[in-house]
Design a protein around this ligand. Structure first.
Ligand code: ASP
Length: 445
């Protein structure tokens, strides 16, 4: 039988009502047998996540301050869930152990991991599922790097004979036996590892939105949900600032060819977003726009360099880039003309050394003209279908021209997976809205 691994984020398990929704989702599909929970998240916007409460507890313990009250608040959150669910279950002993442990050795990762650990205990009991401690199966080396092969082996070994399990997200242990967490949001990674280990047919990542959006909803009103996105497209959009899954959650499933489905616990009927490999059968898609998503970032500067006959001068680019390298600067884009080149880079990185960099470039290549332009935003228009569609760039430019937005740079990668344009920061939001209109709204009409 093939299984589905289901990971539920903190807001999906923030209170008893959310637990009920989660249980209903799991019970509605017999394949949903391996469950990875986060710690209880926010119930309302200025609520505090249990993970943050635990970090606070550890901080107090570390400075020798009494943390009893802080720990009692955490206990209250779990006890609230347990009693609202009408469960006959107690975490009293667990909390005693945590208090003792924090007094003896206030380790940050141990403290934070208890959020998922305790939630896993509650959820397993509520569902009537087996509990598997992530500390037994998720293994890190002494430097805190995940040992994927050992981990997969340990998971398979541990779940042999179990036909279901709740495995808490976010943490594991090092080969020396210490509890270690992933970076924040790391339960996504645990889910992906478990999906790999049980050779799941799908990794469902349940959260509080119905998938990834084509554009930032703070800029575009009610943007469409992306129905299907490839791992590579996702990487492009994530790099450009779209907030998505934990970065490290892709690799374990990608290497095993397992798709990820982002779903909404509060709207389980919504299909969500499918994250798939490039060779996925896209014919099932109903909504196929030319582009998949739009994302962008502000805070760039361009160094514009001009020199007559630049094209004939061997090593010109190399000398300029060497100046960046010597100053430990990385750059984002470098479009060039016959006698011009321009380099886009992060303004914050450049700021403290801008005069030095200009002086060194002057010395290295003796340009006719060099200037720095600040206040640039870059926008990536990403889509696997662009490769086989003509006129995408023309449409982007037409959209900008109609809005009287000046395009300061354009960069199309060789993969033809994305087109990046640079505009003035003051045009950023309008540019995104116009691109959205051009490709999403007009393709619907
Ligand atoms: N609870 C952890 C956090 O708040 C991990 C997670 O939710 O994925 O970052």
């Amino acid at each position: 039988m093939s299984y589905k691994v289901v990971k539920f984020g903190g807001s999906s398990l923030a209170d008893a009502n959310q637990f009920r929704k989660v249980a209903a989702i799991i019970k509605s599909d017999d394949k949903r047998r391996f469950v990875v929970p986060s710690a209880p998240g926010k119930r309302f916007s200025d609520d505090i996540k249990v993970t943050d409460m635990l970090y606070k507890c550890c901080e107090l313990a570390g400075s020798g301050v009494d943390f009893t009250e802080q720990l009692a608040l955490i206990k209250e959150r779990y006890n609230g869930i347990i009693s609202d669910l009408g469960m006959d279950f107690s975490l009293e002993d667990e909390f005693d152990t945590i208090a003792k442990e924090l007094k003896a050795r206030p380790a940050k990762d141990y403290a934070a991991s208890r959020g998922e650990y305790l939630n896993g205990k509650v959820l397993a009991n509520y569902l009537g599922f087996n509990f598997v401690d992530a500390a037994d199966v998720i293994i890190f080396d002494t430097k805190g790097i995940l040992l994927l092969d050992e981990t997969v082996k340990a998971v398979r070994e541990r779940i042999k004979g179990l036909d279901n399990a709740v495995i808490p997200g976010f943490y594991g242990r090092t080969t020396e036996g210490y509890i270690k967490t992933f970076s924040r949001g790391g339960s996504d990674v645990t889910g992906s590892i478990i999906a790999n280990a049980v050779r799941a047919e799908i990794y469902e990542n349940w959260t509080d939105v119905s998938g990834f959006l084509v554009a930032d909803p703070r800029i575009v009103e009610k943007p469409d949900v992306i129905e299907t996105i490839t791992y590579r497209e996702l990487r492009e959009l994530a790099y450009m600032g779209a907030s998505v899954l934990h970065e490290d959650a892709i690799f374990p499933v990608r290497s095993a060819g397992i798709p990820i489905n982002i779903r909404n616990t509060n709207a389980p009927e919504d299909p969500g977003t499918m994250i798939v490999s490039n060779d996925y059968d896209f014919s099932k898609e109903s909504l196929a726009h030319t582009i998949t998503g739009i994302a962008g970032r502000k805070g760039f500067s361009t160094i514009n360099i001009e020199k007559a006959m630049m094209n004939n001068e061997k090593g010109f680019c190399m000398k300029v880039l060497k100046v960046l390298y010597d100053n430990d600067l990385s750059f984002e884009h470098m479009p060039s003309g016959i006698d011009t080149m321009s380099i886009t880079l992060d303004s914050a990185q450049l700021e403290p050394i801008r005069d030095k960099v200009v002086a060194e470039i002057r010395k290295a290549v003796e340009p006719d003209h060099i200037e720095i332009e600040d206040g640039i935003a870059t926008i990536a228009v990403v889509g696997r279908r662009m490769k086989n569609t003509r006129g995408t760039v023309a449409r982007i430019f037409a959209a900008m021209a109609h809005a009287r937005i000046n395009v300061k740079l354009i960069d199309q990668g060789s993969s033809e997976l994305n087109v990046i344009i640079g505009v003035s920061e003051s045009d950023f939001a309008e540019a995104i809205r116009r691109i959205y209109d051009m490709f999403i709204n007009s393709e619907k009409e």
